[in-house]
Write a protein that binds this ligand. Structure first.
Ligand code: ADP
Ligand code: MG
Length: 610
């Protein structure tokens, strides 16, 4: 019998390999995005048609390829990223197998345009069924644009196996998010059928998380940081009160790759035990950096499962660090807001008659070197003296805060605050931006602008949601000229925008006629408030109609909040403080900045060596 073994032709081998590398459009997206990142891109654009089934195009401003490299990149095992087996243990790049492009080219139509920085002209290549069908020079920007069309065109079984557009798009968005969450300093955009789905500007990690998961996320994040010899751990977890019923927002990244690891996932969940009810899941974004030689990322072709050398140690570190962060978060809100009248600045002190002069008796016999017992008895400031001081203030009246439907969200803070029933009433404005008030445990500094943003935000949110925003009729309607896309936006969101109190008489091609405005603003502010509103809506991810409302409330709050630098009289200060602490979430501005800071008495004491 003759020999029957043959070497498979390349395109067949590639098709087989493609089965492993490319399961669905999302796999192509992942490979192309990772290639762009490896190429040093700072701006990456992803265009999709038909959930990636018709087109996946990635345009980057990375280093591009030479003509030869452009051809070679589609060969199997062609990679610029490793040279020797040792390199495998010290990977600095996402790719290294050199098979992604070869695999994709075996099952789709490819069009590549690429140019190196110093070249005048670039290379244009088209490939069908692993064959180059066109190659020419082309004028194209530095970087690479790679289009993958008609995925699985030559494997009908695979094509038919793909899920609905909705499901495939979801998979793509998952991959996109995972990549974008690791590279906040790279700008990413995503367009589906010419509609912008994401535009993520270069930012820091917190901003990137918020840009992807929505502005609400900001105030929910608790930072996690730990640096050990085994692992450097950074990122965020969400506060226990914001846990979800679904596991969707759980992200582990190891050395800048998204990974799944149920063991480490358990470590995070267990740090939350006792804090959340069963069936709820914390969201987390945890970034582990470990020495490359302590992990094996080679374990799975799509590389989401990673094996660690020292999983047990990692488990312990992750659990302890997350617990610690949560503890800190839980501790810090327990600023004791119960007021101790004895520590208050007597606001109307000068009008008071001092009934009895405070006495300070000093124990002249005090000798710190005497026995312990003696020391404690002869402590120079005796207990009764403090009571004398207190008696000075007991009859100073403090008005009560009206506790309006407080919804328990930042539970700790609110209960601590309002249990007291003694309001924070005595206020001083300093430097025309901070309101200072004393509380039992020390002193708070409230920033007038950020606090007012919070107050207005919650106010608008309620008004817009229940649609009862007050509008003031203008005697003379205002004509405002706007760009076409702004007009388009107003048309789309007219009822939402009108629910803030704006009333549009006419919406024309490039002009609107405003006949009513929110009561909180005056005519001279109309244009700036409206423009800011449109800008903020545009910069936001189109999600649910709720988030639209959220954006508008934030935008108006930002535009209209009392600015720093404005002098506030006592009534204004007091009502600001009162309104702030009647908010559902008084401790943060709508954009997640603190509205106040506090200083504990013992911190102050320490500074005086008391
Ligand atoms: P790998 O990423 O594992 O090296 P790929 O098949 O994904 O393998 O890519 C092959 C090679 O093509 C890469 O090593 C790189 O040199 C080059 N390449 C791919 N995409 C790009 C890109 N967007 N910009 C520059 N070079 C690229
Ligand atoms: Mg690659």
């Amino acid at each position: 019998m003759s020999d029957i073994i043959q070497l498979l032709p390349d395109h067949v081998a590639n098709q087989i390999a493609a089965g492993e590398v490319v399961q669905r459009p999302a796999s192509v997206v992942k490979e192309l995005l990772e290639n762009s990142i490896d190429a040093g891109a700072t701006n990456i654009k992803l265009l999709l048609k038909d959930a990636g089934k018709a087109l996946i195009q990635v345009i980057d401003n990375g280093k591009g390829m030479s003509e030869t490299d452009a051809r070679l990149s589609f060969e199997r095992h062609a990679t610029s990223k490793i040279r020797t087996a040792e390199d495998l243990f010290n990977l600095q790049t996402k790719g290294f197998r050199g098979e992604a492009l070869a695999s994709i080219a075996a099952i789709a139509h490819i069009e590549l345009k690429t140019k190196l920085d110093l070249q005048e002209l670039g290379t244009h290549i088209k490939i069908e069924g692993s064959e180059i069908t066109l190659q020419e020079v082309v004028s194209t920007p530095t970087g690479t644009s790679l289009s993958v069309k008609n995925l699985f065109y030559n494997i009908p079984a695979r094509r038919n196996f793909l899920k609905s557009n909705q499901v495939e798009t979801r998979h793509i968005i998952d991959e996109f998010q995972r990549v974008a969450l690791v590279h906040p300093t790279i700008s990413f955009s995503l367009y589906h059928n010419d509609n912008e789905v994401y535009r993520l500007n270069a930012s820091n990690l917190r901003q990137r998380i918020v840009a992807i998961l929505g502005k609400k996320t900001n105030e929910r994040l608790v930072p996690v940081n730990e640096d050990t010899d085994v692992v450097q751990l950074t990122g965020f977890v969400t506060k226990p009160e914001f846990v979800k019923k679904k596991r969707g927002e759980q992200f582990f990244f190891v050395n800048d790759r998204f990974i799944k690891n149920s063991y480490l996932n358990h470590a995070v969940n267990s740090a939350f035990e006792d804090l959340i009810l069963p069936g709820n899941y914390p969201s987390y974004f945890l970034y582990l950096t470990v020495p490359p030689n302590t992990i094996d990322i080679n374990i799975h072709p799509t590389k989401t499962e990673v094996k660690f050398d020292n999983e047990k140690v990692l488990y312990a570190i992750i659990r302890a660090t997350v617990k610690h962060s949560l503890g800190q978060y839980n501790v810090s809100p327990v600023l004791d807001f119960n007021r101790d009248a004895g520590l208050d600045t007597p606001y109307n002190f000068k009008d008071k008659k001092v009934s009895k002069a405070p006495q300070i008796t000093i124990d002249r016999d005090f000798n710190p070197f005497k026995s312990d017992e003696q020391k404690s008895i002869s402590f120079p400031y005796k207990r009764e003296q403090k009571q004398d001081w207190e008696s000075l203030y007991v009859d100073i009246k403090t008005p009560e805060i009206d506790i309006k439907n407080i919804e328990v969200q930042s539970e700790l803070i609110e209960t601590e605050l309002f249990d007291a029933k003694e309001s924070i009433s005595k206020t001083h404005q300093i430097h025309r931006k901070y309101i200072v008030s004393s509380i039992k445990s020390g002193i708070v500094f409230i920033n007038q602008n950020l606090a007012h943003q919070r107050i207005l935000y919650e106010e608008y949110l309620t008004h817009i949601t229940v649609n009862d925003a007050m509008s003031q009729q203008l005697l003379f309607p205002l004509d405002i000229n706007l760009s076409k896309d702004d007009i388009l936006l107003i048309k789309e969101l007219r009822s939402d925008i009108e629910s803030t109190g704006f009333l549009f008489d006419k919406i024309e091609d490039e002009k609107i006629v405003v006949s009513g405005i929110p009561v909180a603003i005056n005519e001279s502010q109309v244009i700036s408030v409206l423009e800011q509103l449109l800008e903020d809506i545009k910069n936001e991810i189109p999600e649910t109609s709720f988030s639209q409302i959220d954006i508008m409330a934030k935008s108006m709050a930002k535009s209209l909040a009392i600015k720093n630098g404005k002098t506030l009289n006592v009534e204004e200060q007091e009502s600001l403080v009162e309104d702030l602490f009647s908010c559902k979430e008084p401790n943060h501005s709508p954009f997640g900045r603190p509205t106040f800071i506090s200083m504990e008495l013992n911190e102050i004491d320490k500074k005086f060596d008391l």
